[in-house]
Design a protein around this ligand. Sequence first.
Ligand code: ZN
Length: 220
Amino acid sequence: MNNERVLVVFSGGQDSTTCLYWAKHRFKEVYALSFLYGQKHKTEVEFAREIARKAKVHFDVLDVPLIGQLGHNSLTDISVTMDTEKPEVGVPNTFVPGRNLFFLSIAAVYARELGIQHIVTGVSQTDFSGYPDCRDSFIKSLNVTLNLAMDEQFVLHTPLMWIDKAETWALADELGVLDIIRNETLTCYNGIPGDGCGHCPACKLRRDGLEKYLKTKNKN
Ligand code: ZN
């Protein structure tokens, strides 16, 4: 157990909720930070608040509409129809340019105000749909930049970086929270909690991972 405090960038989805419990097992005190950025499904923040309350961690929301106003993407712009498959070239239009850069920079400023050095994010290079700001190289680079920008010694933790969705479910099970994550988180791009709408890219990835994990679990 690390005798320090930690800040988790928290959306109330599968990945960041797994990270929240991962952090709870490792750090003395956990703070969760959510963002309102103009996402179509603002209710995700209410799911996040409820999960944080049950997990007995500190919770805060920052209103940062700018990031949603800047770029055209299907998560913040209702006139953009969501890509359901990964395009042959480039990233799907569920990519919000600059989001992780912006969120993690804000999170670092927030952490600094509280005297917190450790920051956790649920990004994964393994299941990253081609999002450049989920890659390990980006996180390592940003960690250096944040330290230089504020003359601090932040440590960015990425417990999911090298694991796929099935292994993320396995981690949730290990942490004893598989049911909480299955039933109470919101990952679906159509705003439906738990197992979701079943057909958006986020639901497909989540369900395929769960099925794969449950199959291997039942074999053992
Ligand atoms: Zn869905």
